[in-house]
Write a protein that binds this ligand. Sequence first.
Ligand code: KIV
Length: 286
Amino acid sequence: MRLTIEQIRDFKRRGERLAMLTAYDYSMARLLDEAGIPLLLVGDSLGMVMLGYTTTLPVTMDDVVRHTQAVVRGSKRALVVADLPFLSYQASADEALRNAGRLLKEGGAQAVKLEGGGRMVETVQRLVEAGIPVMGHLGLTPQSINQLGGYRIQGKTAAAAARLLADARALEAAGAFSLVLEGIPAQLGSLVSSRLAIPTIGIGAGPGCDGQVQVLHDILGLYPDFAPRHARRYAELGQAVQEAARRYAADVAAGTFPSERESVAMVPEVLAELLARDAAPDPARP
Ligand code: KIV
């Protein structure tokens, strides 16, 4: 049975911290689900770590639907949250509803995530009314990279921090079941978390959030282009992959792969008949 949004809220009621990770494919989703990760995010970060774009902006609805399907197939217990990509929800609440609906109907996600406060509050309300659980996302919102002028810490002034807190409260009132806080000072992360009943999930927002989310490739050492300050390496899989690939290539070059055990032998009688046929003259050839 999958976790529900109510059970995710219960984590905060019990004072238990939530560990969320991004997932983009079947195999990884299965490993993370079996490891007991309760929340899997099909983030639009897939555009960077899976597709090689330099930002998340080019990601399409079809990209997220396809990856969400794979993550849902790979997991049994985790609640799967799918990201609404850039310009799939900003133009109107109607468009947001149609696209969020696709992530649930076609993708099989249990919830969607969208970035921003302010004008997004009405959209969140609309989705929630239609039965679509929404996770908000405030602070450093990567889809607004051009507006923010780079991947910069947000909420540094008292006015900006107060605006963020007001947005967080408004998203909660609109029905969001949880809220990602990205790239803000730790004290602001703690303050927002203490003022909301719904769980906050931090990324570069300090230890005072109710949970943490990380891009899987960052904690596994699988994304060589950029290492965010907030990410801790729990494994060096990039090095392990390269080492395995080098050993494999060396074995192929040396002719030691595949071995006899890794090959299928022909039944001796069949081999004998094949060789006999090959030696006999072919009547079809002049
Ligand atoms: O796209 C993503 O992976 C995200 C997380 C970093 C929160 O939005």
